[in-house]
Design a protein around this ligand. Sequence first.
Ligand SMILES: [Zn+2]
Length: 301
Amino acid sequence: MESACDKHTGEVIDAEQLWIIVPVDPMGYECRGCGALVTPCSYRPENKVRPYFSAKDGHNAGCDVDGEVELVKRAQKQRISTREGFPGSFPNRLVLRDTRKVVDSNGTPTVATSAGGRRSGSKGSSEKQRDRHWAAQTIRPICRTFVNYPYDRDLPLAVLGIAVGTYQRVFRSLKVKGDQILRHPEPRLFYGPISWKASFANDDRLEIQLSYGEWIEGKLTRPYRVRMSWKDWSDAKRNYVSREVRTAKVESIAANKRGDKEKGWLFFIGRQDESDSALFHVDDHRLVCCVVAEMICPRGP
Ligand SMILES: [Zn+2]
């Protein structure tokens, strides 16, 4: 599974965050649906696939995370929300905390958050099953929810600085009619397909080019670019983003070989450059992610 609950903080973390957590506590995570122990896997530098959590001893009865794969399959074809509500659990807000690593009196590393404290009763599985909304710490689980549940994008979503409140309205494709570059004065969570050939990195910055932008006579003359000026970022943060891009590229090539409709999408919250509208700046590693998926965009409401 792609996310789990950190036993020490009570927060849900995404498996990709294991790339930046040092050291990873192999016994430190439990299923966010049922509280069963889950094992962090494939997070080491030599691992080629993305990190994930494995419930080696299975889930407790009634766990909704366990049923998520089937739910997502169904949700790719039709709306799954009913009058009773949405049948799965999902992130309904993005919360960026200033995390700092601390070592407790036993010398065990743990993560402290400025928002404070461990959640009590984190083992209470019945309490958890009712708690179907959770806070995402990066945009990744939010982007996955957007991709996984295309017919349920009226789900609520709160992102600080973005003045709208549903998945549908928070996300904005950079594709517009007429293939022009537009000004986006209001912040949104933007996305577009990645043009792998033109991505570029040096000591100062990482720049990813999209295949949306200004097209003239069948040629992409002015693509959107997303720049992370990472000169002052820590190595850990740079590695986190670089691995993200590298892994997605490998996945995207594999999908292409299989003939799948999946492709690499870049999602980000960033600001549009004042003088160059084709350029966006992203200042935080948690505000960018690549998802390799088939993007389903239902027409109508
Ligand atoms: Zn579970």
